[in-house]
Design a protein around this ligand. Structure first.
Ligand SMILES: Cc1cc2nc3c(=O)[nH]c(=O)nc-3n(C[C@H](O)[C@H](O)[C@H](O)COP(=O)(O)OP(=O)(O)OC[C@H]3O[C@@H](n4cnc5c(N)ncnc54)[C@H](O)[C@@H]3O)c2cc1C
Length: 547
């Protein structure tokens, strides 16, 4: 078994793990991160896309509100290229008690959340699609963010400082010697090979899976997987984040993200973060609540529904999961459970990932005798080739400048041949990885017209590599095609009505009736042996299992 020796092993390639890896590396601590899927495979790649101002929690969860307000300012400084400064409104609709606005203002004042009441006329002038019957409006510093890009750039920066990141590597066991965790056994899901990673400290940043990881060391950590459903509409009907001005509830935020608007979310406890579905009533609720904020909401096409699981840390009994604080907790298992060498960083928000990483790395650095200060609040994340928030207008301008219309692979999101090739060259292992890098397949046709082109490009690249001594196989491309289509179609099943049903039928005709994709070799374990296109484990490849 191959052995890797490092100072700190970080488990989890979401925002928190990537933030920890960067912070460790910037302080000169040797670190390796393992992630069982692609980076952002977990909740970070399935969240609502909001850089919280803190307003949402100003009344109910003041600590979390304050943390969000502090980090909101820092994120704008260190990753302006991952954030779209949309601003945010909290509005009182006819279903909301207008007097809550005063409680809200007071909560914002106490928690340091910048907030200003604006006139209803001003709110409607800036957002004409808003419900004209709103009675009050408040402006806050909400924004929209690209979590795929932000995580990638954290990892890129960490690598620059000498860290190592291993995607598609799952921790299958923690190695415990007496009362100390000394590393982990991981499985390389591409090859099935097991590796031993020895580390002075293991940092558990596995989000909703953190309880499972801690359990491998015999430590009990209760993380409640709180499932939330979101629906992307095909039109950006608002350009400002719109929140209902009331206590947090279901379907009360619309986030404009790239070319679409996303309504969310629900909060339902699921027994396992790997197994959950989307219930039709959750989607219906999103439509109903969306129409309270934007009256013609349901006249737009629902493109897709998906869900993520909140990593809610439960250290006390609460009746409702919404009552679990959104703040985070660093668990030093030597103090808490008498187990040395293991820490867990649990809970929190995407918005507070950097702060969480700072606290976790401060604690580990102290144990290691490292006195370097944290620099992540001041050092801007790097720009990579495509290192800016994907604004469609910018993409269009670039295509016009470079005259690359003929090179478009995904017309909906304006993804070019060059973008796809860059993603493959950067290590994408399947079309879903390319989607996370480029937004391919995320537009109105949901992969209908771009999937076969992307697979052809993949095949072309692999054939070129084969000519130089690499390996490739047609059955592999078939598996890639099937895998991506299945991933896209899972999100469509919940929104199959009207135009989206017609679109799905068109895609079905193209892929099943014309191209006979169902006759290709299945995307299972055997067809991918040794290639690592998807993974050997079905649970890793699925977005939600029982949909
Ligand atoms: C529906 C919903 C909407 C949300 N909206 C917002 C929002 O708008 N703004 C905001 O700030 N926050 C939001 N959040 C919260 C936010 O998304 C999460 O707090 C944050 O993304 C968690 O990041 P993380 O890195 O801690 O966890 P994750 O992103 O889940 O990362 C943990 C990683 O660990 C990996 N892992 C698990 N087991 C293993 C193993 N055995 N071996 C290796 N790797 C493993 C997983 O694959 C996963 O990628 C939302 C959450 C949900 C559910």
């Amino acid at each position: 078994m191959q052995t890797i020796v490092t100072e700190v092993l970080v488990i989890g390639g979401g925002a928190t793990g990537a933030g920890c890896l960067r912070d460790l590396a910037m302080r000169g601590i040797r670190a390796v991160l393992v992630e069982k899927g692609d980076m952002t495979h977990g909740t970070t790649g399935r969240y609502h896309g909001l850089v919280h101002s803190g307003g949402r929690y100003a009344v109910k969860d003041p600590q979390s509100a304050h943390e969000c307000a502090v980090e909101n300012k820092i994120l704008r400084t260190i990753m302006p290229h991952c954030i779209e400064d949309t601003s945010g409104f909290f509005v009182a609709t006819p279903w909301d008690d207008p007097s809550y606005g005063d409680t809200f203002l007071e909560g914002c004042r106490k928690t340091g959340v910048a907030c200003e009441e604006i006139s209803v006329a001003e709110a409607l002038r800036r957002e004409p699609a808003l419900n004209p019957r709103i009675s009050r409006a408040f402006e806050v510093n909400d924004a929209s963010a690209d979590s795929f890009l932000a995580t990638d750039l954290n990892v890129l920066s960490a690598k620059h400082y000498g860290a190592q990141a291993l995607p598609y590597h799952a921790v299958v066991d923690l190695i415990r010697e007496g009362d100390r965790v000394v590393g982990a056994v991981v499985e390389d899901l591409s090859t099935g090979e097991h590796k031993r990673i020895e580390a002075a400290y293991v940092l558990n940043a596995a989000g909703a899976w953190a309880g499972k990881i801690a359990g491998m060391a015999g430590v009990k950590v209760t993380v409640v997987p709180g499932k939330g459903v979101m629906v992307a509409m095909n039109h950006r009907m608002v350009n400002t984040v719109i929140n209902r001005c009331k206590m947090p509830a279901d379907g009360d935020i619309i986030v404009p993200a790239h070319t679409v608007a996303v309504i969310g979310t629900t909060d339902r406890h699921v027994p396992d973060p790997d197994v959950y579905g989307i219930d039709p009533d959750e989607v219906a609720l999103m439509m109903e609540e969306g129409a309270k904020l934007v009256p013609n909401f349901t006249s737009y096409r629902a493109l897709r529904a998906w869900a993520g699981v909140r990593p809610l840390y439960k250290d006390q009994d609460v009746a409702d999961d919404r009552d679990i604080s959104r703040t985070y907790k660093l668990l030093d298992h030597s103090q808490r459970d008498g187990v040395e060498g293991l820490m867990s960083i649990v809970g929190g928000k995407w918005t507070t990932y950097r702060m969480m990483a700072e606290e976790a790395v401060d604690a580990i650095a102290k144990k290691l005798g490292n006195t370097q200060p944290c620099r992540t609040a001041g050092e801007i994340l790097p720009h990579n080739q495509a290192g800016h928030f994907h604004r469609k207008g910018e993409r269009l301008a670039q295509i016009e400048r470079d005259d690359t219309y003929g090179d478009l692979i995904c017309e909906c999101e304006l993804v070019t041949r060059g973008d796809v090739l860059a993603s493959i060259q950067a290590g994408a292992r399947n079309i879903d990885d390319i989607r996370r890098d480029t937004r391919l397949g995320m537009g109105p046709c949901q992969g209908g017209f771009c999937t076969f082109r992307a697979v052809a490009l993949w095949e072309e690249q692999k054939a070129a590599q084969q000519a130089e001594g690499g390996s490739s196989s047609v059955s592999l491309s078939g598996a890639l095609l099937r895998h991506f289509l299945q991933e896209r179609w899972k999100g469509l099943t919940a929104v199959m009505w009207a135009d989206q049903l017609r679109q799905a039928r068109l895609d079905e005709i193209m892929y099943l009736d014309t191209l006979g994709v169902d006759l290709l070799p299945p995307g299972g374990e055997n067809s991918q042996a040794g290639e690592g296109v998807v993974t050997k484990h079905a649970a890793i490849a699925t977005e939600y299992d029982n949909a």
